[in-house]
Design a protein around this ligand. Structure first.
Ligand code: NAD
Ligand code: DAU
Length: 341
């Protein structure tokens, strides 16, 4: 089996490439990644020299690259993760989210259709459903009500992928997952950002009142769910993936401070994210019943291991945060601290 992973140098993608090499050692994994600020080959340095991991730098939108890639490597299936993934960035500059996530996905689908790829797994997000009140959970038939340019772009690409199934008969499976945590997550997302700031004794910016809730899933559990979706998912179906670990942001931030031995006085409540979704929670009944998937990690233990990993790998996050991102980080951060809630 030959699979193409797009975005395989990002956070989930690099964990997925490693997971597939371990769980399906006979497969060849081709990894197509543009290496934006979020993609780093260092995330896969342990696979250097592995003949069954083929890295190709390029854009999912470039059909003159993608079609020959699919045919040369006789790709059977695509796991599509490449995207602009950060909500705050989509508020600062939405255009690239539409270009990559919507147009890029459509071009990739078209290349796969032309090359008769047997299965296309579209990695989407629970953010397509918008925000929940204090109770309830998203099912696959919850209304699609995305709030941010990021989630609107993911909703669009998710629906375009389903349209390729309904219209052209392509074998497409869509997954909608909750917030991931684990190794190699770019330190703009909540958990690694808070660890890195705490280690530098910098303020920890908590948006609004800190009571927003996310449903956290360890990235390896997500990888396992994606492999199940690829191997056993039904064409044209959507599968929600969630960790069953609803936590308030402020509680996570306090837990991180406890784990690294820093004081809660580092917490700074800052101006809220515009359009900030209040609560996400996933009902995973469908994937559990149909694909036999349940998460293996427990949140508190896996959070502690994750924080330990960032503490032990300062060279990794110093390198990935250098250059373009640092400038963005400084601007974004200064603005938020000035406008405290
Ligand atoms: P990430 O930002 O860490 O990685 C994205 C990767 O895509 C990077 O390696 C980047 O270089 C690559 N990329 C961007 N534009 C590209 C292009 N035009 N062509 C080729 N490669 C390109 O993202 P992530 O957090 O690993 O998320 C991966 C996928 O999973 C995304 O589709 C995201 O929407 C989805 N998702 C993420 C989460 C989460 O909690 N992180 C949860 C649910 C779903
Ligand atoms: O739910 C799945 C989504 O999870 C994915 O589709 C996205 O790609 C991924 O980025 C993530 O989106 P969030 O916006 O939920 O993740 P983020 O880590 O940016 O924020 C998590 C929560 O923490 C959110 O309520 C905002 C808050 N937050 C975030 C940052 C970066 C803060 O309070 N302070 C911060 O500095």
């Amino acid at each position: 089996m030959n699979v193409l992973v797009t975005g395989g140098c990002g956070f989930i993608g690099s964990n997925l490439v490693r997971y597939l090499r371990r769980e399906r050692p006979e497969w060849t994994v081709v990894n197509l990644d543009l290496l934006t600020y979020a993609g780093n080959l260092e995330n896969l340095s342990d696979l250097e020299g592995d003949p069954r991991h083929v890295f190709v730098r390029g854009d999912i939108s470039d059909r003159s690259l993608v079609e020959p890639l699919l045919s040369t490597h006789a790709i059977d299936a695509v796991l599509h993760l490449a995207a602009e993934s950060h909500v705050d960035r989509s508020i600062l500059g939405p255009e690239v989210f539409i270009t990559t996530n919507v147009l890029g996905t459509q071009r990739l689908l078209e290349a796969c259709r032309a090359q008769r790829v047997k299965r296309f797994v579209m990695v989407s997000t629970d953010e397509v459903y918008g925000s929940l009140g204090p109770t309830g959970a998203f099912t696959e038939s919850s209304p699609l009500q995305p709030s941010s340019p990021y989630s609107a772009s993911k909703t669009s690409s998710d629906l375009v992928a389903l349209a390729y199934h309904h219209t052209f008969g392509m074998d497409v499976v869509v997954t909608r997952c909750s917030n991931n945590y684990g190794r190699y997550q770019f330190p703009e997302k909540l958990i690694p950002l808070m660890v890195v700031n705490a280690l530098h004794d910098k303020p920890l910016p908590v948006y609004g009142d800190g009571a927003n809730v996310r449903d956290w899933l360890h990235v390896e559990d997500h990888c396992q769910a994606l492999l199940r979706a690829l191997e056993q998912g039904r064409a044209g179906e959507v599968y929600n993936i969630g960790g069953g670990a609803e936590r308030r942001n402020i509680d996570i931030v306090k837990a991180i401070l406890g784990l690294v031995g820093k004081p809660e006085s580092l917490i700074q409540y800052v101006k809220d994210r515009p359009g900030h979704d209040r609560r996400y929670a996933i009902d995973p009944s469908k994937i559990r019943a149909e694909l036999g998937w349940t998460p293996a990690h427990t949140f508190e233990q896996a959070l502690a291991e994750t924080v330990r990993w960032y503490v032990d790998h300062p060279t990794w996050w110093t390198r990935v945060m250098s250059g373009e991102y640092l400038r963005y980080f400084e601007t974004q951060y200064r603005g938020r601290l000035q406008g405290r809630a």
